[in-house]
Design a binder for this molecule. Structure first.
Ligand SMILES: *Cc1c(COP(=O)(O)O)cnc(C)c1O
Length: 421
């Protein structure tokens, strides 16, 4: 594969050689070094983030960054695509093998582009689509008014049971029968349990709808055998490559042979021009990494760590939605500690713990969403999760001073640097 050999990092905290950039553009280099410092001195608990490997980063910085390759392997609109074709074929082969799918399109620039292409392949403007409501954990592309999805399609939103926090399949079925959607989307930005793909398939079949699984979050767990796969059930599976999967920022689509051509045409030329071939190369590297036994161990540890964190947060007095997790995601309501979600996030930030707020299944208040993909990549263990939960409680209660908590966070990250030398 046409990948440059990365130079040895000058600084243990840096995944790549910044020498050339420092010399050429100290202003931008300084910003990037500061970002590297931020990431290695605070806890990255944003559920959608991870630390890509030096091999993935090397592919991103490779000569394919400059290559134009509109079209698909063997049918490009540009010359000189021999290596671009080779690397895309490797990425497609690895993706179909890893996920047991007939067909893979590895060109979508992002998870949202993948969903846009899936809709373009299966729907016409004005069609009705059933998806998780945004207030319950649906993504922007599941019908947000400010997004193409909400503008061009009629979305009906299903939700979760306010008490259990679990998807209400009775409601999904009733809505499907009443609204007769052309497609049903299952997938969420904050649902900590596994969607019941089999039941979604049954409901889709009952009303003659396509089933689209938006597995942006759990795709890495699926790759590592730590979550059930939607591939046998969904007509189309959309995903990102940069969340638990730990690849470059980007999207992918899997489908059966009968939809392959429609999906490919929906990505290029319908919704995209030339693919980012350096990213396609990096996706190939990430799929290769995700196929290893070490990655399967990682995926299972991510879930074990999320469970440990959820249990620790519950013990600290947080209300854990659905009572725990089966994935990398934990959603908690800080209300029992007398604090709202935004204030809690700000206090955690001041103590060096970086995460998001998110919608809660009950009421209008915001909760906290966190994930264990990044802290697991940097080598933390279950004892560290218990410590993080204790730090969480202390930071949100504000009984402690942020300086002491930041020092403890610094000790944790110092022992587990994202990019050890
Ligand atoms: C992250 C995510 C996306 C979109 O990913 P981007 O790469 O940010 O466009 C789509 N759907 C779901 C459910 C997601 O979690």
């Amino acid at each position: 594969m046409p990948v440059t050999t990365p130079a040895a990092p000058a600084d243990a905290a840096l995944p790549q050689d910044f020498g050339a950039l420092l010399h050429e553009d100290p202003e931008v280099a300084g910003i990037l070094l500061a970002e590297s410092g931020r990431r290695s001195s605070t806890l990255q608990l944003v559920a959608a983030e991870n630390f890509t490997s030096p091999a993935v980063l090397a592919a991103l910085g490779s000569p394919l960054a400059d290559k134009y390759a509109e079209g698909y392997p063997g049918a490009r609109h540009h010359g000189g695509c021999e290596q671009a074709d080779a690397v895309e074929r490797v990425a497609v082969r690895r993706a179909t093998t890893l996920f047991g799918a007939d067909h893979a399109n590895v060109q979508p620039h992002s998870g949202s582009s993948a969903v846009l292409a899936a809709y373009a392949a299966l729907l016409r403007p004005g069609d009705t689509v059933l998806a998780m409501g945004l207030a319950h954990g649906g993504h922007l592309t599941h019908g947000a008014p400010g997004n193409f999805s909400g503008r061009w399609f009629e979305f009906a939103g299903y939700g979760v049971d306010p008490d259990s926090g679990l998807i209400d399949h009775t409601q999904v079925r009733a809505l499907a029968r009443a609204r007769r959607p052309k497609a049903i989307v299952c997938g969420s930005i904050s649902y900590p349990r596994h969607p019941d793909y089999e039941t979604f398939r049954e409901i889709a079949d009952e009303v003659g709808a396509y089933l689209i699984a938006d597995a942006a979050h759990p795709m890495g767990l699926i790759a590592g055998g730590a979550a059930p796969s939607p591939v046998p059930y969904a007509d189309v599976v959309c995903a990102t490559t940069h969340k638990v999967l730990r690849g470059p920022r980007g999207g992918m689509i899997l489908c059966g042979a009968e939809l392959a051509e429609r999906i490919d045409r929906a990505v290029f030329p319908f919704t995209q021009g030339g693919a980012q071939m350096h990213t396609v190369a990096a996706k190939a590297v990430a799929f290769g990494e995700a196929a290893t036994p070490a990655y399967a161990v990682y995926a299972h540890r991510v879930v074990a760590h999320a469970r440990a964190l959820a249990a620790g947060l519950e013990a600290e007095g947080f209300d854990v939605t659905t009572g725990g997790t089966d994935t990398h995601l934990v959603v908690v309501d800080p209300a029992p500690l007398g604090v709202d979600g935004r204030t809690a996030r700000d206090r955690l930030m001041a103590a060096g713990m970086v995460l998001d707020t998110c919608a809660l299944p009950h009421g209008d208040a915001r909760g906290l969403r966190l994930g264990t993909a990044a802290v697991t990549t940097q080598g933390m263990d279950e004892a560290d999760m218990a410590r993080i939960a204790a730090l969480f409680g202390a930071a949100v209660r504000e009984g402690d001073d942020a300086g002491r908590l930041r020092a403890e966070v610094g000790e944790l990250t110092g022992r587990n640097p994202p990019y050890p030398g």
